[in-house]
Design a protein around this ligand. Structure first.
Ligand code: GLN
Length: 440
């Protein structure tokens, strides 16, 4: 069976989501804008059916949804109304999904906490008073709060996986090139991927199945969509799960405790846990940020105040401005060889190490973030904020798939297990995630 069976009709399902939004959205702030045509879409879904018939979806505000604002949670694009649907959105709609609204996020997807939005921070529905993580903060929060059955996020260095972990939901960053990026507003185009967030692995797998596969872009992999849900299996007999000591060194003991318990459960289900080495893990974070600064700086040059409302430097927040300045500095000719080229070399090294480790095993398990989400309003230095991404950026640098599934809690705060696989091996990743699911 590879379609969704909702308990309620599309219209009833939407109404339930809207009721929950009515009750809690003021406190959570998961949305920048609700879709005024959602009801009409639910009625259409009732008539036409589809594999996602009536599934309510929140879309991150950096993905184009025709007629709604793709603000990137910025003042720069505050009034930018999307003239078309991103390919991933088109595909969801063609299977009967109903778009609930545009989800809040860190400004231009630059952040790991959901606090840098021009539209105010998002609360974590699963851990009161804490950040939901970012940058797909509203997408994960909307799913955790029951405002939507699922969501689309984007992941450049962890932005789907990090909030999924903090909010206790499932999030997937697909293989680079598997899901069309057409209609996604760039943070760093060599790293960005659109992916699903959902309450369970099966729904996330179904969403991925619908949005994956060749599109019009040159950077797309020439692959057909796979029926992941048909082959979903929690049977771990013969599955080898790698774990690197380098992950332990950077992770807080309380998170590590949850992850180790999760590994022991996988073992009890038949998996073999194997130690692997990733000696260059510590280079991943600086490498990632160098590349992001340069690519983001270049992507922001179109916001010069002529085509869109404002010149970005005049209205953006501190983090976006910092990246523009650093990106501009690094891009200057005399430094090109010194920083950027070296970053690309390290990127190849990290990719090689990950692929080598993955040759010995089927999947690589890891924590998602090194630390628990901080309290909203607590002030972190930029480096402390970047440190959240230590364990998520390697997958982006290597272009491999990685998914997060709830693994347990520490003092009531959700912790997600991260599962990496070889390029295009989403199926084995999803199967291990399925086996790990339900630990709470
Ligand atoms: N936190 C990372 C950053 O700020 C990741 C962002 C993302 O994946 N969009 O760059």
């Amino acid at each position: 069976m590879n379609e969704l069976v909702l308990e309620h009709s599309p219209l009833e399902n939407l109404e339930r989501c809207l009721e929950r939004i009515q009750e809690r959205e003021r406190e959570i702030n998961a949305f920048i804008e609700l879709n005024p045509r959602a009801e009409e879409e639910a009625r259409r879904a009732e008539r036409h059916g589809g594999r996602l018939c009536g599934l309510t979806v929140a879309v991150k505000s950096n993905i184009n949804v025709r007629g709604l604002r793709a603000t990137c949670a910025s003042k720069t694009l505050e009034n930018y109304v999307a003239p078309y649907d991103a390919v991933a959105v088109q595909r969801l709609r063609s299977e009967g999904a109903v778009i609930v609204g545009m989800a809040n996020m860190d400004e231009f997807a630059c952040g790991s906490s959901g606090e840098t939005s021009y539209f105010g921070p998002t609360q974590n529905p699963a851990a009161e008073g804490r950040i939901p993580g970012g940058s797909s903060s509203g997408s994960a929060a909307a799913v955790a709060a029951g405002f939507a059955d699922a969501a689309l996020g984007s992941d450049t260095g962890g932005s789907i996986r990090n909030p999924a972990s903090h909010c206790g939901v499932v999030g997937i960053k697909p293989t680079y090139g598997l899901v069309p990026r057409h209609g996604l507003i760039d943070l760093a185009m060599s790293l960005d991927q659109i992916g699903p967030i959902a309450r369970d692995v099966r729904t996330a797998a179904l969403l991925l199945e619908v949005i994956a596969g060749r599109g019009r872009e040159a950077s797309m992999l020439d692959v057909q969509p796979q029926p992941y849900t048909r082959h979903l299996s929690a049977d771990l007999a013969g599955v080898r799960v790698g774990f690197a000591r380098e992950f332990e060194e950077v992770t807080s003991p309380e998170i590590l405790g949850v992850i180790k318990r999760s590994l022991r459960r996988l073992e009890a289900q038949g998996a073999e846990v194997v130690e692997v080495e990733l000696p260059s893990l510590e280079k991943a974070l600086p490498t990632y940020y160098l590349i992001v600064f340069v690519e983001f700086f270049s992507a922001t040059r179109r916001y010069d105040g002529r085509r869109y409302g404002y010149r970005i430097e005049e209205v953006c927040g501190a983090e976006v401005l910092r990246r523009i300045h650093l990106g501009s500095y690094i891009s200057q000719k005399e430094y090109a060889g010194r920083y950027y080229r070296r970053a690309l070399q390290f990127r190849s090294l990290i990719r090689r190490e990950l692929l080598q480790a993955l040759e010995q095993v089927d999947v690589l398990a890891a924590p998602t973030t090194p630390k628990l989400p901080h309290r909203l309003g607590e002030s972190l230095t930029p480096l402390e904020m970047y440190a959240y991404d230590l364990l998520t950026v390697p997958a982006n640098l290597a272009g491999i798939p990685a998914g997060v599934v709830p693994a347990g809690r520490v003092r009531g705060i959700p912790v997600g297990l991260q599962v990496h696989a070889k390029p295009l091996e989403e199926q084995v990743m999803l199967n291990v995630m399925l086996a790990a699911e339900g630990a709470e």
